[in-house]
Design a protein around this ligand. Structure first.
Ligand SMILES: [Zn+2]
Ligand SMILES: [Zn+2]
Length: 201
């Protein structure tokens, strides 16, 4: 396999500006290639890593933690670069809310506020069998974490599936009390959704 030889592309000045030196990439082990001084990875490999601010370490894209996901506009999530992706993820999240039952936004808000919210997807080889939402408020004697499972799966097959997908991935990036900033942001988005009167309760 032919690898792009970047030393012919990058001038010494380019390299200095990008904090690169000639060395061996710690990931692909290519030798004598420009590598980033901090990550010790070549450009191609470094591009496949994304920093998670919750885990406080780089995540490899094929095996990343739950806090980041590849959105339509780059890596987002509770541990992702929120500035950059806020607007598009938020828009998708609002579409997601609009596709869910009227009771969902408030239940979700209470779940997140409880500090026990996280999602869990039960899958088989054939796909997703169910979606757990943990931390939902009590209703009568029981809390059923599968209360909205059917709605979420249906939404995933609907004509707003694509538009709302990043909103769902965003939710899956929240985890109990470990993602306080993203939790607060999500509650803010829910409040905006509710105050716009898009649902009547
Ligand atoms: Zn490499
Ligand atoms: Zn993480």
């Amino acid at each position: 396999m032919l690898r792009r030889n970047m030393s012919t592309v990058l001038t010494p000045k380019d390299m200095e500006e990008q904090g690169m030196v000639i060395g061996t990439c710690e990931w692909c082990h290519d030798e004598n290639v420009p590598v980033y001084e901090d990550s010790k990875r070549c450009e191609d490999c470094d591009y496949r890593f994304h920093y998670c601010s919750i885990c406080k370490e780089d995540q490899f894209e094929d095996d990343c933690c739950r806090h980041i996901f590849q959105s339509d506009n780059g890596w987002a999530g509770s541990g992702g670069d929120q500035e950059e992706t806020n607007r598009s993820v938020k828009a998708a999240f609002l579409v997601f809310l609009s596709g869910m039952p009227a009771s969902f936004p408030m239940d979700l808000k209470l779940a997140i506020q409880s500090g026990k919210f996280y999602t869990f997807t039960i899958g088989s080889l054939l796909g997703t069998d169910g979606v757990e939402l943990n931390g939902l408020p009590y209703e009568g004697l029981l809390t059923n974490c599968f209360k909205y499972s059917h709605d979420i799966l249906e939404l995933g097959d609907s004509d707003i599936a694509e538009q709302s997908a990043d909103g769902w991935y965003w939710l899956t990036s929240l985890y109990e009390n470990e993602t306080p900033e993203a939790n607060a942001l999500t509650i803010q988005w829910i409040d905006e959704f509710i105050s716009k009167g898009e649902i009547t309760q």
